[in-house]
Structures are given as structure tokens and as C-alpha cells.
Design a protein around this ligand. Structure first.
Ligand code: SF4
Ligand code: MSK
Length: 673
């Protein structure tokens, strides 16, 4: 082959500077390229996304297709006559695809919840000694939500019921949420009354978690539901079963077993790895695994073993939501976001990467094969075909034993590093772990312990509104650029940000989760609140399943009073600037159906079906009070959210208060300074 031809066939490499705003990521992409190790950033240069799939109008629900309905370049002129072989319209195809994404996302979150509930049942029945109940106060609170008696009458007096009994009953009732034959899921009762009425009227109250997912798979089968509004009704019901069901149960039972988070200091970015330590990176989602790895790696036995092989200790780090779980309960530093998973191995210092489920790239196995890294899968659902991957199945009945085995393997691998170690020095300090309970304490004080103070400051205008900014990275856009630009624009405009998932990690890496960031990035009103209370302007509320915490925080605000009767009444907006997973669509749908205006970045998977798209982005507001929106440009994205917040302030009649705050002396000085 001629030299020219060979060069033409060579895959393109990503430009590290164009690929990420994060310095450590840039350095490690370049390092991977220098070593000839291919990463997702390079692959994205060589494989472009399919336009029709991106628009949501490719159907492969039967083998007469795939039927592809691209949007004409000039848009739809006149009647939209596009159809698949069976006659399915663009609306039907896009709606079917959209709710299948919801089913995938809801299944992932809710099955995570089921695993946690099964471990909780084993704990309640004393079948395992490795996990315990840590937060009894939360056990009682959650039991009450399930209508479980926590007191009994003895000799005419009410006394506390035996908590072991309460735990057993809670475990049974929680597990029944996946398959109860009648009624609706319990979690929806926790929403404001006005919201419950809307769900009832719309007929979208979830019956049980599994059923809503199965229902979607049935009705999207070839030749069943062919009405985009009816399809979306089921999409909503399934998403609500995720947010107010599976995800909420996951969060609650994790808090009961592993502790309810409270603010904790730590660090974030690849720079947390240490050359002279055994580095173990835990990646995925379920804390059932990571809790044991944390305990094992801190045990005297394992630390001594590490010293024996010449290391100074064991450094644990997390990727994706496992990172958020280990951070919020133990202060374990975060190694990186979704897009940094391969790069953690490229450092040459990752002695083991331990993974469970969700967001784990198969290419990790190929990258690990270029280094000494042991890649260990642990979940029966998450195996890889490559030979270099080790599978150690994790079981709650011998969890500690499994964890010790995994950590031992990592320690024994320390001496086998075969490439020059290169750990980028970048990392930032952060405070994570703001649960609904700890926000109550921080903003309300020990005695008042409510959301009144937050409400007061929204009403008086120091805080303009609240935004939930969450979600993944997406290699189709510059890594972390959208996340950071959206969040910085919001806090600059006095919007308090609640964050989870990879957005939380991106913010942590940028220092936005440190209280000091308030003075540097916030508008005067928000800066004043953060400095007075000692909180960062971006509150880390956990992992993807912990978006349920955001729903409950929103409900607390409604309960505290002064801002309407429903979540849709108060100045709040949602965002996922760099989303990529089906889980993000499920989250988006339950957030919107809970009354929150929500903007997604990158692309939107219904853009090829304009009528259906308008249904989600316009008509939805009349039904749910919340609606979807799409904006790829991060600054415009943030301003759409701010405009919605201002609209709600006006509707509540609190827009004038903010104008007055903006005119006061402190604000003027801050602005002049
Ligand atoms: Fe085509 Fe209809 Fe089959 Fe979909 S279900 S692939 S639109 S024929
Ligand atoms: S991990 S779902 S990339 S946020 Fe929950 Fe990050 Fe998205 Fe996975």
C-alpha cells in the first residue's frame, strides 16, 4: 500500500485541548496517544453519530425495518407524510424510542434499588454480618412512609416497637414495590398533595415498578400503541416509578445501612492517585460493593499487606456514581467523571479497577491489557468478553470475604507496574454529602431544622431560585465544558445549584464544591448566603439514584410554605448539559412530570418528530406544570432556566423583592468591587 494511502487509512486522533476543558484529561489523552492506547476521545473522531438515530426516527422494532425517517433538510413543509412500512408515523416511532429509553433508565435505577432492598432484607433477617443498620432514625422515618407501625401499645401506653421487627417489615414492604398486584407505589404519597392530584387525574400513578417497565416493552412492540400521547402517558408512569419508586428506595435503604450523608471534605480529579500507594479505582453505581471495598482497604490487615509489598498505603478513588457514593459517606476522593475512566488506567498506576454496573465502557478491558491493571467485574449482570478481565462475583452473604480477595489482588499487583507512571497533578478540594436532612440542618439550624430559611431567602430575592443540574458526560461535546458553563452562569445569577452524578464530579474538579468558590463565582445575593451559612453555592446531593433527594428537597420547600402548593409553583429548573444515558431520560421525565422545567444539552432524541417534540416542550406545561426543553449552547441553556425561574417569581409576586435586594448597599458594593 502506498505511504499516502496508509496515512489516509490511519485513524484520526482527538485534539486533547478541543476534547476537554479539564487539564488532567487533556494531559492524559495526550499520554494515551503517545503510548498508542486508543480512548473514546479518538474513537469519536472516527465514528460519527447516525443522524436519523439522533433525531429519534429510526425504527427497528420489527425485521421489516429498520425504517428510517430522516427529517427533510427544509423541515416539514405541509403535511408530514413520512411513515415506516407498517405506517408508523414519525411521532409514533420517536415516542416509542423515547419511552424505551425511559424503560431502560428506569430498569437500571430500579434494579439497583432492588439489589439494595435484597441486601437490606438479608441484614434485617440477620443473614449477613458484613452489612449493618447505621441510621436508626432514618429507619423509623422511612418505615413511617410505608405505613409501618413504629410504636406499639403495651399496658395502655405507646412504646417504641422493636427496631429489628420494623426492619424486617420494611424490607418486605420495600421489595413488594416491584411486584405488588394492586394499588400504587408508596413513594408517590410523599409528593405534595396538589402533585398527586395531577398524577391521579392523568392516570399516571405507577402500579408497581416492574409492571411499568414491562408495559413499555409490550406497548412498543410492533403493532400495539400508535398514539404518541398514550405512549408518553406510559412513559411518565414508568419514569415516576423510577424517581418516586426504585431510585427513592435505593437512596433510603442505602442511607439506613450505610449512613445518611452529611457534609464531608475531600478532593477530586486524577491527581488524587498516588504513585507510592496501591491505587484501587472503584467504578459503577451500587454502594453494596463499594462500601465493602472501602472497609477492606482500610483494614489493618490490608494496609499491612500493602506496606509489605513496598507501598505506603492504599489509595482508593471512585469514578462515576460509585465515586459519589464513596465520597458522600466516607470522604473517599473522586478520581474522575464518566469520560475519565480509561484515563485512570493510562496513568500506569491503577493496580486494580473494580466495576459493577452502568456506565462502564467495554474498552476498559482493551486499555487495561496495555498496562498491568487488573480489571475486575463483580456483578452477575456485568461481565466482559475479553480474556484479561477477571470476574469475582460479589454476594452479600460473604461480601467482606469477596472484598478482601479483590483488595489483595490489587495489592499483589502493585509490584507489577510495567509502564512509567504518569499521574497528572491536578485535583481540587470539595465538600460533598448534602442530603435532604443535612440541608435542613445547615439552612435551618439545629433547632429550627426546616427549609424556612431557604424559602425566606428565595422570597427576599437573595437566592433567585434553585436549579438541579445533573447527568453524564457525552464525548460528542467538549468534556465538562457544558457542565461548568451552565453551573457558573447560574450561580453568577444567584441561582443555588443542587447537583448529582457526573455533573457533581465536574463541579468538584473545578473547585465549585468548595465554600470559597462562592466569593469567586456567585452573584452578591447567593455569595452572601453561602458565606453566612458556610456552604458552597453548588450542593453535592449524591449519585444518579439520589436525584430522588432533589425531589424530596423540592417537596420540603413546598411544605415549608410561602411559595405555592406544588413543586411547579416555585422558582426551580432542571438541567442535564452533557447527558448520554437512558437513565438521564428517565430522570428528565420524572423531574418534568413532578413539575420542573428541564433543559437538556447535546442533542434531543425526538427532534426528528416535530409534533411529538412540541408536545414534550410546549403542551406538557399545561398538563404537568413542567416541560422539557433543549439547548446545546450552555450560556443560552442557563438563561432559559433563569428566564423560567423569573417567570415563576413573577407568578408568585416575589419578583419585586429581588429588585429591592439588587438595589441594597451590600449588593452595590459587591458589584462595584
Ligand atoms: Fe418499520 Fe413498522 Fe417494523 Fe418499525 S414496526 S421497523 S416502522 S415496519
Ligand atoms: S454515572 S449515568 S455517566 S451521570 Fe451515574 Fe455519570 Fe451519567 Fe453514568
Amino acid at each position: 500500500m502506498a505511504e499516502k494511502e496508509k496515512a489516509a487509512k490511519k485513524p484520526k486522533l482527538a485534539d486533547p485541548i478541543a476534547a476537554s476543558v479539564d487539564r488532567s484529561t487533556q494531559v492524559m489523552i495526550a499520554r494515551a496517544q503517545e503510548l498508542g492506547v486508543e480512548t473514546i476521545f479518538d474513537r469519536a473522531e472516527n465514528m460519527k453519530a447516525c443522524n436519523i438515530g439522533t433525531q429519534g426516527t429510526c425504527c427497528k422494532n420489527c425485521s421489516m425495518g429498520p425504517c428510517r425517517l430522516p427529517l427533510p433538510k427544509a423541515g416539514i413543509v405541509g403535511e408530514d407524510t413520512r411513515k415506516g412500512l407498517c405506517g408508523a408515523t414519525a411521532n409514533t416511532i420517536a415516542a416509542r424510542n423515547f419511552i424505551r429509553m425511559i424503560a431502560g433508565g428506569a430498569a437500571a435505577h430500579s434494579d439497583h434499588g432492588r439489589t439494595v432492598a435484597e441486601v437490606f432484607r438479608a441484614v434485617a433477617n440477620k443473614e449477613t454480618k458484613d452489612y449493618k443498620i447505621k441510621d436508626f432514625e432514618k429507619l423509623v422515618a422511612v418505615a413511617k412512609n410505608f405505613d409501618i407501625a413504629t410504636e406499639i401499645e403495651v399496658d395502655g401506653k405507646m412504646v417504641d416497637r422493636d427496631l429489628d421487627e420494623v426492619a424486617v417489615e420494611l424490607s418486605e414492604k420495600a421489595l413488594a414495590e416491584w411486584g405488588k398486584p394492586s394499588g400504587t407505589i408508596s413513594g408517590i404519597k410523599r409528593a405534595p398533595k396538589a402533585r398527586q392530584e395531577i398524577w391521579k387525574k392523568m392516570g399516571v400513578e405507577p402500579r408497581n415498578i416492574d409492571r411499568e417497565i414491562v408495559d413499555i416493552m409490550h406497548r412498543t412492540h410492533m403493532g400495539v400503541d400508535q398514539d404518541y400521547k398514550n405512549l408518553m402517558k406510559q412513559g411518565t408512569r414508568c419514569a415516576l416509578a423510577d424517581g418516586w419508586g426504585g431510585s427513592m428506595i435505593a437512596t433510603d435503604l442505602q442511607d439506613i445501612m450505610f449512613g445518611t450523608p452529611s457534609p464531608i471534605l475531600s478532593e477530586a480529579n486524577l491527581g488524587i492517585m498516588k504513585e507510592d500507594h496501591v491505587n484501587i479505582i472503584v467504578h459503577g453505581h451500587e454502594p453494596v460493593l463499594s462500601e465493602m471495598i472501602v472497609a477492606a482497604s482500610q483494614s489493618v490487615e490490608m494496609v499491612d499487606l500493602a506496606k509489605k509489598v513496598g507501598a505506603k498505603g492504599i489509595q482508593l478513588g471512585g469514578i462515576c456514581c460509585t465515586a459519589n457514593e464513596m465520597l458522600q459517606r466516607h470522604g473517599v476522593p473522586i478520581a474522575g467523571t464518566f469520560l475519565q475512566q480509561e484515563l485512570a488506567i493510562v496513568t500506569g498506576a491503577c493496580d486494580a479497577m473494580v466495576v459493577d454496573v452502568q456506565c462502564i465502557m467495554q474498552n476498559l478491558a482493551n486499555v487495561a491489557a496495555c498496562f498491568h491493571t487488573k480489571l475486575i467485574t463483580t456483578h452477575p449482570m456485568g461481565k466482559m468478553e475479553q480474556d484479561n478481565v477477571i470476574h469475582i462475583e460479589f454476594d452479600e452473604h460473604h461480601a467482606m470475604e469477596d472484598a478482601i480477595r479483590i483488595v489483595t489482588m490489587a495489592v499483589e499487583n502493585y509490584g507489577k507496574r510495567d509502564k512509567e507512571v504518569m499521574i497528572p497533578s491536578f485535583k481540587a478540594s470539595q465538600v460533598g454529602g448534602f442530603s435532604v436532612e443535612s440541608i435542613k440542618y445547615h439552612l435551618g439550624g439545629t433547632f429550627r431544622g426546616t427549609y424556612y430559611t431557604l424559602n425566606d431567602n428565595i422570597i427576599n430575592g437573595r437566592i433567585r431560585g434553585v436549579a438541579g443540574v445533573v447527568g453524564c458526560n457525552n464525548v460528542r461535546v467538549k468534556h465538562n465544558d457544558g457542565h461548568l458553563a451552565v453551573v457558573k452562569e447560574l450561580i453568577k445569577n444567584d441561582v443555588l445549584v443542587l447537583t448529582t452524578g457526573c455533573n457533581a464530579i465536574a463541579c468538584a474538579m473545578e473547585g465549585l464544591l468548595a465554600p470559597e468558590s462562592a466569593a469567586a463565582f456567585c452573584g452578591p445575593g447567593l455569595a452572601e448566603i453561602c458565606e453566612t451559612v458556610g456552604i458552597p453555592p453548588v450542593l453535592h446531593m449524591g449519585s444518579c439514584v439520589d436525584n430522588s433527594r432533589i425531589l424530596l428537597a423540592a417537596t420540603e420547600v413546598v411544605k415549608a410554605g410561602g411559595m405555592g402548593n406544588d413543586i411547579s409553583d416555585w422558582p426551580v429548573a432542571g438541567s442535564a448539559p452533557e447527558w448520554m444515558s437512558e437513565k438521564a431520560i428517565s430522570i428528565g421525565e420524572y423531574v418534568v412530570a413532578s413539575g420542573i422545567y428541564t433543559v437538556f444539552g447535546v442533542t434531543f432524541p425526538t427532534s426528528g418528530a416535530p409534533v411529538f417534540n412540541d408536545y414534550l416542550m410546549k403542551e406538557y406545561e399545561n398538563i404537568y406544570g413542567g416541560m422539557w426543553d433543549f439547548e446545546a449552547d450552555p450560556i443560552k441553556h442557563a438563561h432559559k432556566m433563569i428566564a423560567h425561574i423569573d417567570k415563576k417569581r413573577k407568578e408568585l409576586g416575589i419578583d419585586k423583592a429581588r429588585e429591592r435586594v439588587m438595589m441594597d448597599m451590600a449588593s452595590r458594593q459587591a458589584l462595584e468591587g
